[in-house]
Design a protein around this ligand. Structure first.
Ligand SMILES: NC(=O)c1ccc[n+]([C@@H]2O[C@H](COP(=O)([O-])OP(=O)(O)OC[C@H]3O[C@@H](n4cnc5c(N)ncnc54)[C@H](OP(=O)(O)O)[C@@H]3O)[C@@H](O)[C@H]2O)c1
Length: 258
């Protein structure tokens, strides 16, 4: 029996996840795409547009037991998962002690826990040549005051992705962490509503990040930092002491003295 070749994309209702889901059929032969996010209508609308059949999983990934429907479908059909993209995520830019408890828990639950459990649930269905793409951030490379917890969750994503990539090499399954700089998406409606960060020096187009992601998926990299400004920031965090890099970040904060 041949197993259906599928991709699973979280965060597919918006931003980078949506663009990656839209572009995937041009980059790999798929028979179905499974779309995951909370906004059912948006997932249906995207599913209608895709050139391959889509299956919709309208779930809040921070809820206990939220992966049960997806796990059940995997167990029933044993598909060949060619691609898993974890693009569901959010951040709150605020002094840590001012972040609402729900958001403090939510960032860890979505950015770390859900991503981990999805990888764990899906990897048994990944054969040679499959790839897991986890959207981390340039924030993953150093502590970031006023985005402290968000950056810490992305450091987790980067470290997990790179190490699991090494572990899975004998199986020929790859894990790629994508580390974008600021990118123009709905992310900021949630992250920075109170305008804690006042100067976004550069904003990338999410289509550019998606294109660089597809390119990196074809190479043997375990992480990619798309774009010149992103690469320069990454380099700065490698060369300079983190205490100095944090000073630069703090200079961007409106609330630094409050
Ligand atoms: N934008 C940036 O500057 C930037 C930079 C570096 C990294 N990133 C990372 O890139 C990834 C994609 O973000 P984006 O910029 O494309 O932002 P976005 O447009 O806000 O997309 C976030 C996605 O996550 C989903 N999501 C949020 N909460 C969820 C929940 N509780 N359960 C299930 N799904 C949930 C959203 O769908 P629903 O609301 O429909 O649930 C949406 O599809 C995130 O991991 C983000 O941390 C963003």
């Amino acid at each position: 029996m041949s197993h259906k070749r599928i991709a699973i994309v979280t965060g597919a209702s918006s931003g980078m996840g949506k663009l990656l889901a839209e572009g995937l059929p041009q980059h790999c032969a798929l028979e179905e795409i499974w779309l995951v996010a909370r906004s059912e209508q948006r997932l249906f609308a995207l599913g209608e547009e895709l050139p391959v059949p889509a299956r919709i999983f309208p779930v809040d990934l921070t809820r206990e037991g939220c992966l049960a429907p997806l796990r059940a479908q995997l167990a029933e059909e044993a598909p060949d998962v060619r691609v898993l993209i974890n693009a569901g995520g959010f951040g709150k830019f605020e002094r840590f002690d001012r972040i609402a408890e729900e958001d403090a828990a939510g960032m860890v639950d979505l950015n770390c826990r859900a991503l981990t459990l999805l990888m764990h649930a899906v990897l048994p269905y990944c054969g040679a040549g499959s790839i897991v793409v986890n959207i981390a951030s340039v924030a993953a490379f150093q502590p970031v005051p006023f985005a402290a917890e968000y950056a810490a969750t992305k450091a987790y994503v980067l470290a997990l992705s790179r190490a699991v990539d090494r572990e899975l090499r004998p199986r020929k399954v790859r894990v790629l962490a994508v580390c974008p700089y600021w990118t123009k998406t709905a992310f900021f409606d949630r992250a920075n509503r109170e305008s804690v960060i006042t100067r976004f020096d550069c904003m990338y187009d999410p289509a550019f990040i998606a294109e660089k992601t597809f390119r990196a998926m074809k190479k043997k990299k375990d992480y990619v930092v798309p774009g010149f400004v992103a690469k320069a920031t990454h380099m700065m965090t490698k060369l300079l002491p983190h205490s100095l890099v944090m000073k630069v970040f703090i200079a961007q904060q409106k609330l630094k003295n409050k």
